[in-house]
Design a protein around this ligand. Sequence first.
Ligand code: G16
Ligand code: MG
Length: 217
Amino acid sequence: GKRGFIFDLDGVIVDTAKYHYLAWKNLANELGFDFTEEQNEAFKGVSRRRCLEILLELGGITVDEAQFEQWLHEKNEDYLSYIARMDASEILPDVPRVLNFLKENHVPMALGSASKNAIPILEKVDLLSYFDTVVDGNKVTRAKPDPEVFLIAARDIQVSPENCVVFEDAVAGIEAANSADMISVGIGDPGVLSEAQHVFKDFTEIDIKFIKQLVHI
Ligand code: G16
Ligand code: MG
């Protein structure tokens, strides 16, 4: 059957994880505790709401709903101030090489992200036009590791799940791809992403031969 490719955003296409980290760290510091890069690993691919729950658990803080919403808003405003300065130089190495190859070969492409800021980020780095559909945090009700985000993406590009190839940097994302019966490609540490069918440190390690095999060209 026809193949389709689904890309996660943060950690696969751009390194916005560092901005999420800074914004969460700023909030933690304001609340009187520290937040390490190691702790930030558990925030990757996880919804904004769930991240704040984990952060408050780390700080031993309990709050009412209004305060919770206020801090969610504050974190996002801070994050957006970092995003505002982004440009195409922040696309991760060799990502355009793979996206261009797929575009030239008319392979359907989808974005599958937990982020509610996916579209503005794609616009900032000038990649929005590559994607036939953008399935983001505004469109899904169940977060990764639930496969919903990738199943909606597959439906949008009209490719059956078993013919979809998913690129993911988060453990929860690999789990989501696997439980959707898709082909999972991990981007990052093979030790961390051991459940992925294929793992590469980053896109510079992916050659076109591998992509061609997945596309069936
Ligand atoms: C990204 C990040 C997560 C972040 C989530 C929600 O997911 O990896 O750390 O919490 O989006 O982002 P926002 O606050 O912008 O809605 P993904 O799926 O793109 O890796
Ligand atoms: Mg990610």
